[in-house]
Write a new protein. Sequence first.
Length: 311
Amino acid sequence: MQTSDPDVHTMTFGTTSPLRVRGRKWSSDKTFKLLLELSDGHCIECVAMAMPTCMTVCLSTQVGCALGCRFCSTGQSGFIRNLSGSEILRQLGTIAHELEQTAGVRPARVVFMGMGEPLLNEEALNAGLLHLAKAARISWRKILVSTVGIPDALERLGASRMALPAISLHAADQELRNFLMPGVRQWPLQDLLHALERYPLPGRERIVIEYIMLRAVNDDTEHADMLHALLRELRVKINLIPCNPVPGSAFAPSTPQAIDAFAQRLRQHGRSVFVRRSLGSDILASCGQLRGHIGSAMHFDTSATISEVCT
């Protein structure tokens, strides 16, 4: 649906009070991101990606993140606070308004893959999910919640039937996962697996497993064998994510040859595997690159519109 009626816009995306846009930046691949300022002066980033069949928006749920993932700019920035339910809706409304006013399109798919761990901000996340279902009328099949996998919260997400989970796994053994993602130590892999085994999956839906490819860290074929063994009989599809550049990171992306070999080994095990295309990496809008610091506003164009990236 496309509309220029502001009343319809308000009804479907739930805000007449957009967040302040501190800057806009767009990529050569038609991805764009907004730097948004909250009422207390803190900033978040959100992203819109022009996919082949629809417009997808990526939303944040926290200012910073407490989990400290070593390959993630947000994780390295530390945790400041949760977003409120209102702020999540205003974030959605702001980016939706930008899309509609400048390009005449609306989001058709929403992923909570921006700044923060969504399941550590359940109340506000649920407000956003409920609004997407009731007002924006976006099917739960087109909503993904990316999480490190908090067992109790995953159970509640499954019971809500308002979204599908994408599990940020990134390692198939506990020791390596603890090193890469220090904040997950309190949730052992076996507890996560038990929660995924119980997760209600209607029809042919599958759980998304996200696995970042780090050169000489987790990317050889033995790691692929371990990943297959860990996932056992779970109904999953595995997204392999090339490591994106993050300022100050010691990690390097896996080579294309290593990624291909890893994917091929998983396919030999009968797994469904996709290699994710890194959209917006040239503007630090891709996986693991969001930071939201107010000081980064100077790197944004504060006056341009986004119409040219959606045409």
